[in-house]
Design a protein. Structure first.
Length: 85
């Protein structure tokens, strides 16, 4: 996983930071027994995912990979042996 740079994009960082702030808001209001604040924090958490997806669609995320396995070596082709005369 270290070689794939998974998540090291502006879209990923922004989405996670917004979701983390929402999680903290929801947790604080849950401890204070304030349901409206808790649900506001949950909305912020979901907003983080939406913002990350929009930024990825704008080209600020990981580029899409082809369906080929990234670490698989290409199949070796065997050449037929030349006929000796």
């Amino acid at each position: 996983m270290a070689g794939s740079s998974h998540g090291h994009t502006p879209a990923a960082w922004t989405g996670v930071i917004i979701a983390f702030i929402g999680f903290c808001v929801a947790g604080a209001f849950m401890v204070m027994a304030q349901p409206v604040g808790f649900w506001a924090g949950m909305v912020i958490t979901v907003l983080g995912g939406v913002v990350g997806a929009i930024m990825r669609a704008m080209g600020l995320g990981q580029p899409k990979q082809s369906r080929a396995l990234p670490h698989a070596a290409p199949a070796a082709r065997r050449e037929p042996a030349a006929a000796e005369s």
